[in-house]
Design a protein around this ligand. Structure first.
Ligand code: PGA
Length: 256
């Protein structure tokens, strides 16, 4: 089957790494290293909240877009520790991650919360990267597809077609994140194909054909090419390997 014309996207999730100075120096290194990268792919970085404004400045005028690692759904209010979509838009974010498995596993993020965060972001014109993924116990129990389907339907609940068109889904098996144990290209493709079918049911085939589905979990320079060779893998959400300009750049420069 012919590959759908979806723009590839490589997103770097810097997690809780980097002072402002460190984040700016990584951003500047990426900016110069990627100045001549192929223009057919979208590049996004998600620094910690404290570095967003400074990294936004360092990337101003470049093709690298700014992303936040989380977002609240309200515009303002008594929500200690949260950051609103408008605040993120103000510092130049175009993207936000919603429902990363570290939020779900370590900070009690629920399916309903992920939906609220995605909706709040969309209302403010931000584009969510909605993360889904099963744990090792769920996979071993044969529940991978059931978990993925539940998380996806919940995250996209009540979103209209235009909203679904604006977002990306990232499939990040929990057992592959930060473990060095990448899903095989076949395992990723199998889940991505199911995700695309679910979105086709929710929003129609046209939208699901254009939806970008990223894979995340121990993506490295030496496995990106084989992952990107799969027809339903449209990009990557990269943690550890995004913290070093050269390795992230090689991932951006994947070859199919
Ligand atoms: P990793 O993280 O590349 O370090 O496995 C991916 C992610 O959590 O987004």
């Amino acid at each position: 089957m012919a590959r759908q014309p979806r723009q590839a996207m490589i997103a770097g999730n810097w997690k809780m790494h980097g002072t402002i100075a460190e984040a700016c120096s990584l951003a500047s290194a990426l900016r110069s290293r990627l100045a001549s990268a192929p223009a057919d792919r979208e590049v996004v970085v998600a620094p910690p909240f404290t570095a967003l404004a400074a990294v936004g400045e360092a990337l101003r005028g470049s093709a690298i877009a700014l992303c936040a690692q989380n977002v609240h759904w309200e515009t303002k209010g008594a929500f200690t520790g949260e950051v609103s979509p408008a605040m993120l838009a103000e510092v130049g974010c175009r993207w936000v991650i919603a429902g990363h498995s570290e939020r779900r596993q370590l900070f009690g993020e629920t399916d309903a919360g992920v939906n609220r965060r995605a909706r709040g972001a969309l209302e403010a014109g931000l584009r969510p990267i909605v993360c889904v993924g099963e744990t090792l116990a769920e996979r071993d129990a044969g529940r991978c597809f059931e978990v993925i389907e539940r998380q996806t339907r919940a995250a996209l609940l009540d979103l209209g077609s235009a909203d679904i068109q604006a977002l990306c889904i990232a499939y990040e098996p929990v057992w592959a994140i930060g473990t060095g144990r990448t899903a095989t290209p076949g395992q990723a493709e199998e889940v991505h194909a199911v995700l695309r079918r679910i979105v086709a049911e929710l929003a129609g085939k046209e939208i699901s054909d254009h939806l970008r589905i990223l894979y995340g979990g121990s993506v490295k320079p030496d496995n990106i090419d084989s992952l990107m060779a799969e027809p339903d893998v449209d990009g990557a959400l990269v943690g550890g390997a995004s913290l070093e300009a050269e390795s992230f750049a090689r991932i951006v420069e994947f070859r199919r």
